[in-house]
Design a binder for this molecule. Structure first.
Ligand code: DSN
Length: 431
């Protein structure tokens, strides 16, 4: 990493960046929503494009001097449309939450009724949590997963939808280890004349690689982040499989000029919720989308899923309970109820030896969101380092060593040594 200027001019920030690089290199990163971008993406995000104001969209900006940022935004959009075989893409949302906000502003009015997956069952903060703008501005209801198999309970979804008549149904979430069944959601959405939105922030890389079903043609609109399985810079995107006009007359265009949902989405993002787009991040997105269009990325995503399966099998053979019994994706959610340790404590103990995870609610959790009974693991980051199925078996064993020997310094030291060996064998950002 070339940080010579910051080293000279601001040693405090330089030291913090170096410490973070050291942490990333020397720990096992298992947070399912994180990844390691390529150096090319890092360079784009660290480029002079950060200097440019470009409120508006390519060809219609509120500032001069936008010819080059126009090019990069168009490139990002074209690559993204190719990646998801879709007709419309917006690459400006600063984050996944803002992508969702842009969709809500397009499809909903204040107090409209929406149906989304319960946060404790794998949903997301922006799918109606009372402490989030979504739960404060809109009238959200939740569906959940079934007690038996932890898969979305479609009888329940249909029953609630019939009763509350939502204007929008959201499928997808942040801790759902199984495929999102878009087709089944579509049937229910159609039966109550609701719009259908997919939040594919987690599996978007797998979707782009054909390893997870696509939200299109079933969903009216999809949102994602760009930094999880998609391995780009931090940010959000909005996609339409096919653009459409004011379906069922329920969306009131804000101006007579606006004819299609794509135009409404553009205006919801800017000027609706954001000002100037982060052009350096959009350049990073363009680079990541090019990478994601390659055959190497497809192999990478196959390895992500195969590594998650290897983790699943290793934990099952160590007699752990997994939410839904396993995974179809990059996420393995461990239910620690029978292991006499909370998610919070597990996260804390694992971090002591350099294994980074996050505590997570499990369906029907009896502990609070700050304590939880689960930990969520994901394989994108370790797969980016080149680790494979054999390493996943070792990682599961190391996690088990800690969880079954809490506070045993001798065991912790042994695990730390093992992690150091693993990290040295799979170096990060060394070339
Ligand atoms: N923080 C993200 C995740 O961990 O899934 C969701 O916003």
């Amino acid at each position: 990493m070339n940080l010579e200027n910051i080293k000279r001019d601001d040693i405090d920030v330089y030291n913090i960046i170096e410490s973070e690089l050291f942490r990333q290199r020397n720990t096992l990163e298992l947070i399912a929503s994180e990844n390691f971008t390529s150096k090319s993406v890092l360079e784009a995000v660290g480029s002079v494009l950060t200097n440019k104001y470009a409120e508006g969209y390519p060809g219609r900006r509120y500032y001069g001097g936008c010819e080059h940022v126009d090019e990069v935004e168009n490139l990002a959009k074209d690559r993204l449309k190719k990646l998801f075989k879709c007709e419309y893409a917006n690459v400006q949302p600063h984050s996944g939450s803002q992508a969702n906000m842009g969709v809500f502003l397009t499809f909903l009015n204040q107090n409209d009724t929406v149906l989304g997956l319960d946060l404790a069952h794998g949903g997301h903060l922006t799918h109606g949590s009372k402490v989030n703008f979504s739960g404060k501005i809109y009238n959200f209801y939740s569906y959940g997963v079934s007690k038996e198999n932890h898969r979305v309970d479609f009888d329940q979804v249909a029953k609630i939808a019939k009763k509350i008549k939502p204007k929008l149904i959201i499928c997808g979430g942040s801790a759902y280890p199984r495929f999102i069944e878009f087709e089944k959601f579509k049937e229910i959405a159609d039966s109550v004349n609701a719009y259908l939105m997919a939040d594919v922030a987690h599996p978007s890389g797998l979707i782009a690689s054909g390893l997870h079903p696509s939200p299109f043609p079933h969903c009216d609109v999809a949102t994602s982040t760009t930094h999880k399985t998609l391995r780009g810079p931090r940010g959000g995107i909005i996609l339409l499989g096919k653009d459409f006009k004011n379906k069922w007359g329920k969306i009131a265009p804000k101006s007579g000029r606006i004819k299609n949902v794509s135009e409404l989405l553009d205006s919801s993002v800017m000027p609706g919720i954001q000002g100037g787009p982060l052009m350096h991040v959009i350049a990073g997105k363009a680079v990541a989308f090019k990478e994601a269009l390659s055959n190497e990325f497809k192999s990478y995503c196959q390895n992500i899923v195969s590594n998650a399966k290897a983790l699943e099998q290793a934990f099952l053979s160590l007699d752990y309970d997994l939410v839904s019994g396993g995974t179809d994706t990059h996420i393995v959610l461990i239910d620690l109820t029978k292991n006499n340790i909370s998610g919070k404590k597990a996260e804390f103990e694992l971090e002591k030896v350099g294994i980074t995870t996050n505590k997570n609610m499990i369906p029907f959790d009896e502990r609070s969101p700050l304590v939880t009974s689960g930990i969520r693991l994901g394989t994108p980051s370790l797969t980016s380092r080149g680790m494979g199925n054999d390493e996943m078996k070792i990682v599961a064993k190391l996690i088990d060593e800690i969880l079954t020997n809490k506070g045993n310094e001798y065991k912790y030291e042994k695990v730390k040594n093992h992690i150091a060996e693993l990290c040295n064998s799979f170096p990060l950002y060394n070339k």
